[in-house]
Design a protein around this ligand. Structure first.
Ligand code: HEM
Ligand SMILES: *[C@@H]1O[C@H](CO)[C@@H](O)[C@H](O)[C@H]1NC(C)=O
Ligand SMILES: *[C@@H]1O[C@H](CO)[C@@H](O)[C@H](O)[C@H]1NC(C)=O
Ligand SMILES: *[C@@H]1O[C@H](CO)[C@@H](O)[C@H](O)[C@H]1NC(C)=O
Length: 319
């Protein structure tokens, strides 16, 4: 009896150590095994940005999608196979792009330190670099994520939708251990990038029975969106920038939000609750406060455990 108890106790302790060991991320994770890991990712991001100014926005959004579905496990990067439709081919895939940047970084890293740097870590580093190289803050990225082996298009339904109201947004974030502060700070990611008409057409056509346009929108701003996005839009790439400086990581998004010039219902929703509205005002008034909060929340988001098992050799396919 005593022996059984002792061995099960030891097993328990061992499992605990194993679990913590595989779980805990650290910012010096590759210091011994791949000291050039970070510099290699940075140079891939820089190189891509020279040819395409939309790359940073794409990389930032990529990490959001990666972490919100199955945790930060690189599942967003996997290609569909004959038997399985992957996340990147799911419905809200419309603006996910720049996967080649991750591939280029991975190729360079495999040449340097084979089988060492996970794709999920590359995504986290690339998102940080995207922000920093757009004029935003930098931070130490905790590393040591493992890549997952599953990616399902159907699970992208779990992403928060641009039509969400404040309680739906709050719920989506809290299910992932993120607070209402994280929601407001991370929505500031909409300081970069672009949205297609379909993502905000609910606000500019048939908003309500007697109102074509969302009344919380600035009038001439709404009119300008209507003119790029007519009711039956046929232009595949039509849409609008998420703020007026879409390649600069600044706090302009919050200033415009307070003027009724945000793009999504989910952005506007941040003004419908006193706590979130106070934070929006704080971030609109202080770029510094925004940056501090954003960094903290990005680290929190990038810690959502994906329970991955391997370091993929090619980010688009499981080993
Ligand atoms: C709060 C819930 C969120 C919702 C409902 C949401 C929704 C969306 C939608 C619908 C688009 C445009 C897709 C398109 O039409 O092409 C978009 C773009 C974008 N989102 Fe969010 N998002 C949210 C949170 C975030 C977070 C947490 C981040 C990162 C920290 C982020 C970063 C971005 C970026 C950078 C773009 C532009 C992408 C590009 O230009 O390629 N979003 N988001
Ligand atoms: C993944 O899909 C892309 C786009 O369809 C294709 O160009 C690429 O060759 C695929 N890569 C692998 C490794 O299957
Ligand atoms: C996006 O998803 C749709 C619907 O699942 C799919 O038909 C389309 O090919 C995907 N687009 C891209 C660019 O992957
Ligand atoms: C948000 O939408 C949900 C689902 O439609 C609804 O049940 C809830 O009452 C709404 N919350 C607010 C604050 O409008």
């Amino acid at each position: 009896m005593a022996a059984i108890n002792l061995s099960s106790l030891l097993l328990g302790v061992f499992m605990l150590i194993l679990f913590n060991g595989s779980n805990a991320l650290s910012s010096n994770y590759y210091d011994q095994t791949c000291p050039m890991a970070e510099a290699t990712v940075t140079s891939a991001v820089k190189k891509a940005m020279l040819n395409d100014k939309t790359v940073p926005a794409a990389l930032l959004r990529m990490q959001f999608h990666d972490c919100f579905i199955r945790g930060c496990d690189g599942s967003v990067l996997l290609n569909s196979t004959r038997k399985n439709k992957a996340e990147k081919d799911g419905p809200p895939n419309i603006s996910l792009h720049a996967f080649y940047v991750i591939d280029n970084a991975k190729k360079a890293l495999e040449a340097m330190c084979p089988g060492t740097v996970s794709c999920a870590d590359i995504v986290a580093l690339a998102a940080r670099d995207a922000v920093h190289l757009s004029g935003g803050p930098s931070w130490a990225v905790p590393k040591g994520r493992k890549d997952g082996r599953i990616s399902k298009a159907s699970e992208t339904k779990q992403l928060p939708a641009p039509l969400f109201n404040i309680s739906q947004l709050q719920q989506s974030f809290s299910q992932r251990g993120l607070s209402i502060n994280d929601l407001v700070a991370l929505s500031g990611g909409h300081t970069l990038g672009f949205a297609h008409c379909s993502s905000f057409q609910n606000r500019i056509h048939n908003f309500a029975t007697k109102q074509d346009i969302d009344p919380s929108m600035h009038q001439s701003f709404a009119a300008s969106l209507q003119s790029v996005c007519p009711m039956h839009n046929k232009v595949r790439n039509a849409g609008a920038n998420l703020d007026s400086t879409p390649t600069v990581f600044d706090n302009r998004y919050y200033k415009l939000l307070l003027e009724g010039k945000s793009i999504f219902t989910s952005d506007q929703a941040l003004l419908t609750n006193p706590t979130t509205k106070t934070l929006v005002t704080k971030f609109a008034n202080s770029r510094d406060e925004f940056e501090k909060a954003f960094v903290e929340s990005m680290i929190k988001m990038s810690n959502i455990d994906g329970g991955g098992q391997e370091v993929r050799l090619n980010c688009r396919v499981v080993n």
